[in-house]
Design a protein around this ligand. Structure first.
Ligand code: NAP
Length: 471
């Protein structure tokens, strides 16, 4: 099998990739059309036959992943710069993302080596006498992967790494605003021995290229990370496909008076504002006990005012631009609406070039957009509570359900939160924004219907084939 470039370029059109911070053109990228998507899927089908024929066995797939992880580690700086440029993620945070992608590929390599089915206890019934039965994990088919702009490298790694481990070829559509990290990762994987056709990057609009993937009969599974409306729309349009959805959130944190609220404030400085709040688990709704609300708000205000805002390529920058000016304006409008409805602007709220200054609102009500919707911007909202049960109830009063957290030193309260917060993940004495890449990561309700993390994604990307042998 040969290894060549991993992009599909049948269409003469191009996409201009711009730096969100200053609007400057970074580069032009060849765009794909539906003919390109069809060709990529056909190549995936032929790679799938090769996998079934044993031509790209699990041990080789794990070697490719391990080599890719090592090579990426050597090129962290190059990848971090690409992430920072195309998504306006501050360079220091972009390095963390690239390092996390190394971890994602490393865990995927482990899955390639160890993924196994199980024995079926045939002797357990009369009907099973004389038969041996077992399952094995077989690749689900060609996978269509659709990724968002906010982690342009690591969220691609979370789809591609497990798919390689599973032996399932992938046609990937990255976000149109941030295709460069995905293209660079695909090229790196090819360089590390991933056969031509196993992974093809198809650049183009969601409504054309994304839709072509969703509608194609030869795509067995769509793995989608992005906004709830687009995700659930895909789910409705593809009832016969497996559709894995990793969607939005409006992450709550509850801060008890006996909890380390100073630490909570220090962590929220990053957790609410990293990548300008454009993380699906960005800390958004802060429920703080009324007895410590004033001190907590004062400390958080000082922390947030110390954030360095500016050019994502500047080493000092902690918060930079939102992905587009229209997103900046939307978030600003939500802040203004909240203030008009009675919230207090503690700090921020002003537009500064392509940036929205890091914003804290207090006295927010549960029926404000900044509370009940996903802000996806550099804004946190504080509200107070008197009794813990009410705080849990209010944290749960959301269409989202990805991660939530509590700060308390009481074990009974911690366990009450673990049981009572109705979210995919509950964190204690940590922000809801925490994620390590081996964790099972997935949400309830509008936040999704699946789990990522290589060990979990690889199971979604395989089916358990039963073998029964008459002895
Ligand atoms: P988005 O607008 O939903 O886009 C996500 C991807 O879907 C992009 O590649 C987009 O392509 C594509 N797309 C758009 N319309 C489509 C269609 N009709 N058919 C098929 N594909 C289509 O989301 P985003 O703004 O990039 O990302 C932000 C959202 O992602 C937030 O809600 C955030 O919470 C969520 N997110 C969730 C997780 C998680 O793991 N749960 C992680 C990160 C982000 P174009 O770019 O060409 O429009």
């Amino acid at each position: 099998m040969t290894t060549t470039a991993a992009t599909e370029q049948t269409s003469p059109s191009t996409i201009t990739v711009r730096a969100p911070f200053d609007g400057g053109t970074i580069t032009e990228v060849a765009a794909t059309d539906s003919a390109g998507v069809n060709a990529a899927i056909a190549r995936g089908r032929s790679m799938l036959r090769a996998v079934h024929a044993g031509e790209f066995p699990a041990w080789k797939r794990s070697e490719v992943l391990d080599l890719a992880a090592r090579t990426l580690r050597e090129r962290i700086e190059e990848f971090a710069r690409t992430i920072a440029l195309e998504s306006a993620k501050p360079i220091r945070t972009a390095r963390v993302e690239a390092q996390r992608a190394v971890s994602t590929l490393t865990f995927s390599a482990v899955e390639a080596r160890t993924l196994a089915g199980h024995m079926v206890p045939m002797e357990g019934s009369e009907a099973g006498a004389g038969k041996l039965a077992f399952t094995l994990r077989s690749p689900i088919g060609v996978i269509g992967a659709i990724s968002p702009f906010n982690f342009p490298l690591n969220l691609v790694a979370h789809k591609v790494g497990p798919a390689i481990a599973a032996g399932a070829p992938v046609v990937l559509k990255p976000a149109s605003s941030t295709p460069l990290s995905a293209l660079a990762l695909a090229a790196l994987l090819n360089e590390c021995g991933l056969p031509d056709g196993f992974l093809t990057v198809t650049v183009g609009a969601g409504s054309t290229v994304g839709d072509a993937l969703v509608n194609h009969d030869d795509i067995a599974m769509i793995t989608f990370t992005g906004s709830p409306d687009v995700g659930w729309g895909i789910r409705a349009r593809a009832p016969r496909k497996k559709v894995g959805l990793e969607l939005g959130n409006n992450a709550p944190v509850i801060i008890e008076p006996d909890g380390d609220w100073q630490r909570a404030a220090r962590l929220i400085k990053t957790a609410g504002f990293s990548h300008a709040g454009q993380s699906c688990i960005s800390t958004q709704r802060i429920f703080v006990h009324e007895s410590i609300a004033a001190q907590f708000t004062e400390l958080l205000e000082a922390e947030v005012q110390s954030l360095v805002v500016g050019d994502p390529l500047d080493e000092q920058t902690e918060v930079s631009a939102l992905i587009s000016l229209s997103e900046r304006d939307r978030v600003c409008e939500w802040v203004n609406e909240a203030v008009l409805a009675g919230a207090t602007l503690v700090t921020g709220g002003q537009i500064d070039g392509s940036l929205l200054r890091p914003t804290i609102l207090s006295n927010v009500a549960d029926d404000m957009k900044v509370s009940y919707l996903e802000v996806f911007g550099p804004v946190v909202g504080i509200s107070t509570y008197r009794d813990f049960d009410t705080a849990i109830e209010r944290a749960n009063d959301t269409r989202y359900g990805l991660q939530a957290s509590v700060f308390t030193s009481r074990l009974d309260r911690a366990m009450q939160a673990v049981h009572g917060l109705d979210f995919g993940g509950v964190l204690v004495n940590e922000v809801p924004t925490y994620r390590a890449d081996q964790m099972p990561y997935g949400g309830l309700r509008d936040s999704g219907n699946t789990h990522e993390g290589p060990a979990y994604a690889v199971r979604e990307m395989t089916h358990e084939r039963l073998a029964v042998i008459q002895l």
